[in-house]
Write a protein that binds this ligand. Sequence first.
Ligand code: NAP
Length: 273
Amino acid sequence: MLRRAPNGATRVAAVIGNPVRHSLSPALHNAAFEAAGLDWTYVALECADGRRAVEAMRTLGIGGMSVTMPHKQAVAASVDRRSAAVEALGAANCVRWDGDQLVGENTDGDGFVRSLVEIGLDMENRRCVIVGAGGAARSILQALETVGAADIAVVNRTESRAIEAAAIAPLCARVGSFDDIASADLVINSTPIGMGDDAGLSVPVDLIGPDHVVADLIYHPALTPLLAGAASRGARTLNGLAMLVHQAAIQFEHWTGQPASVEAMCAAVGLTD
Ligand code: NAP
């Protein structure tokens, strides 16, 4: 519930997507606006056209925009400028103002890296296996290369997509296999396997041990079969909720120029220690 009613001076931020009514972003961002004492409000706008949504942002003076499926590519193509991550990925999950220009950002990968830092994992010179090669995997590959990961093995059902994804991070990424888990510090599931329909290419839990950190980008359910199995084998585990919070916190920083209250955002989505 909003702390105060919006008024004539209230700034509006929004997430666009289709579908978008299920989004946790309004809860996250409204909690952060409230914690910061900012007169902003955040709404979810279901829309069919990402390019026209960017024009609407310009026309209406919307203060910040989050972007979810299926509009990330169209938005990346429609903004005035793109961050290095958006140039590499061809997908934007955030739009911010810089003067009178609209700038596309992609905060997913950096949000994931922050979620690792939060549990004390610095990925510089570390080794990783990422399962999946879609949009989330690509943003993580780009961010892990930026923080100096030594080696990232991409394992994917469709090999051609693994090759494309590895090309996002040419300094450290390559197509790999589950055999790479033996020498990895971090194992990431970036496929939907674990959300309910679990047929497909999933991480063999018997390859996981106590020296691994295992991250699943899924946050509903909070405990996927992979995370449960990894924890039972002594690995440190992380679900996707912290990534969700941190990618939103970076968006908040882009729009307001202030740090977001990660604590307030975590509380808003029921994430506790
Ligand atoms: P995406 O672009 O559709 O990519 C999905 C990937 O999973 C593809 O590589 C696909 O392989 C693979 N895959 C799908 N079904 C599979 C199956 N049955 N067996 C093996 N591989 C399968 O999706 P995305 O945007 O990257 O999202 C991936 C996951 O991350 C989703 O669960 C999403 O909810 C989650 N996510 C979480 C956050 C967060 O903030 N926590 C952010 C973004 C995404 P192919 O290439 O062979 O099709």
